[in-house]
Each structure stands twice: as C-alpha cells, then as structure tokens.
Design a protein. Sequence first.
Length: 221
Amino acid sequence: MPDDGLVDGIERVRELAVGADEGASPWWYEQLYAEARVGASRVPWDHGEPTPYLVAWLRERFPSGRGSGRAVVVGCAYGDDAELVASYGFAVTAFDISASAVETARSRHPASAVDYRQADLLGLPEDWRGAFDLVVECTTLQSTPVALHERGAVSVASLCAVDGKILVIARCPADGDPPGPPWLLSEREVWQVAAGGVRLSSLQRISMRGGDRWVGEFVCA
C-alpha cells in the first residue's frame, strides 16, 4: 500500500476483478470509484487531462476549433475527454457504468453542458441507437473481460449515426503484460467495431505515453 494510505488503483482493480463473472458487465468498477470518492483508493487512469491523441485528432479534424452535431463519449470516467469534445461545439452525452464516476464528473465540471449519464455499454438506452455523429471510445473496451470485447465493440458501433464517425483508442498488447485488467485488444478485436453498417477507414499503431496504441477510425454508411 502507498505511504499515504491509499490503495494502489491498478492492484485494487485486479483484486475486484478476481472471481467476477467474465460474461457479465464489470459492475465492480463502481466499487473502485466509490472508494476513490472517499479517498480510500486511486483511479489509475485519472490523469487530470484528456487522452493525448484525442487532443491531436480533434485539432487535426477541426482546425477551426468547431464541430457540430451530437457526440457520445463511452466510459467517460471523470469527464476529461467529454469536456474536450464539448469544447469543439458538439452536444455531448458521456456515460460510465459507475454512478460514482458520473457523480464525480458532474462535481468536477459543475458548469458543464455535457449530459453525464450512468449507463452500461452492454445495455444502452434504445434511443441512443444510431443517434450520434461522433463516437469516442478511449480504452473502455479493454477494461472489460475478453469474453465481452465483441459484444462491446458491436454496441459501440450501434451508437453511430449514418455518415457519423467513430474513434477508437486502445493500448496495444506487449510481451510480458500481466493478466487483465486491462484485457488489451488485439488488432482483430479493434476490427470488431466494424459492425452493423460501420466500416473501418483507418487503423494505425502509434507510440504514446505508456506504450503503443491502436487508433482506429470508423465511418457509418
């Protein structure tokens, strides 16, 4: 345990995942976020800033600093990515499986226009189907057991409107990686987002902080 008494985040995640039903949604993330709210543990992916490649991608795709339409951020955690997307003029819905994560996101961004919601990727509201012009998925699929990757990928695809775009960012597996979580995505698993009218337009392997990342861009016909 760290000297300040907080439980190490990644070890706590792995402890909570032990014995979990690999075919069920990982509701144990709520336990981690609830502990973090009272200062008992750390959320290891809380860097206090948006995903670096998302910053670069938005700047490149929208050089004027303005986009339009509806966007959704999958697995929003504390809202850093969602707030960034909203700053480009999108009407943003951001959701997480953890109600505690959502409440913390709302409290961190009290004046936000983002619609923060508690929702399960594997059981999304029906009115979200095909509703979003931009879908942002940064490292959420890899936070679920391997048995859920394909279902999660198909669910991500279902959010995208016709002529919309999906951005997927996931850490690449490497030799010597410990067992999950995270359960890192293979290239084939990234391709699984190409479902239900969604097709892959580009897939790159890019060096980033903490290791290489898959960056997949998809479009919905």
